[in-house]
Design a binder for this molecule. Sequence first.
Ligand code: KG4
Ligand code: ZN
Length: 399
Amino acid sequence: MLKSHVKMEPTILAIETSCDETAAAVVKGMLVLGQETYSQLAKHASFGGVVPSIAKLEHELKIDEVINSALNRAQMTLDQMDMIAVTIGPGLAIALEVGVNKAKNLALELNKPLIAVNHMAGHLFSALANKLSLEIEYPSLGILVSGGHSEFILMQSLDSMVKIGETLDDACGEAFDKFARLVGLPYPGGPEVSKISMKVRDEYKLSEKNINGSLILNAKHIKTSKVLSLPIPLAYDKSFNLSYSGLKTAVKNLVASEIGVSNLQNVQDIAQLVKEKGLSASSVEHLCLLFESAAFLQIEKALEKVIKKNPDLKAIILGGGVVANSYFRDQMSTFAERHSLNLHIPTFELSTDNAAMIGIAAGMQCQLAQSNNKRAEEYGIFTVIEDIKKLDRQPGLSF
Ligand code: KG4
Ligand code: ZN
């Protein structure tokens, strides 16, 4: 057994390396004392997506520097940490491994407990950063939209969370990235699409129509009257699930028609043809505006069903990289107001991957372990040297 015990509000050094950000943070409760995030974006951009072997190498190169920087910002030293926390999954196996190994070595060297954190739990708690008290109202709905996941989590308490809906195929952020590649925009697609649609949103009028039992979203350019349409998959389905693969095929067909080629070709071929033939700036704008609106309307439709089924819902908590989208933030704010729900949104900085959220989630795990008087291990807190040595990354971990 390690020397230090689980404190009620320990000072935690958190490490996050699940994808293409190398991040570390010093957190106490919900207070972020210091943090650092090194984004590897520039290293992956020319490949059009994250290359796992490059991610691993970059994490290895940067991890010590990032940890030191987080500690410096907190004006603290490693010895002052009560515990070490690390993302164990979901994520890229060889990327997670770098953080997990680093955290294990630190915990063993410093004789401190190690907390294993689920990356999605981190996103769920990112909105609480630097709050003075735990302000979650129950039941709450967590809406997690990132590059790898899109899921709805119904929370009855910190200790009772159930996934009630998720994407059946592509994640929301992944769909943005694929759409962007299709129309010739750089990786990552989300921020690019969001920038373009924000610029032209006032030039379009959106309308919804039920055609043969399918919900269709139309975007009409006010000046030219040109209309482009996309279906909203699962809008009339009973479940709270999402699907972005159908949207991808529908938008591929729209792009084919914009460049005057057959829609029978696959996404890669259409993307290549877009490169060769070029897509006009006005087409790209129209498509970005429509795609962004359709991607988020699908979430809103699912939310309406969740609220109908759970009329006592008190709040919405947003998390994940897609929450950096300003239009989505505005839409969710209007939606919450319309349904008299409280809304918790992370800052732009803490929407995408970071270690502060991992430290906050780790703190919650400590709090639960204390208040429920259960074995710390049940909350992912390891104090036995042999258990720490055995801890492994879990790339496929789910909520
Ligand atoms: O949470 P995150 O940083 O990493 C994962 O855990 O996956 O999310 C990254 C995803 C990417 O797919 C990226 O395109 C998307 O978040 N994203 C956005 C925006 N900023 C980032 N999607 C839409 N609009 C944005 N402004
Ligand atoms: Zn993430």
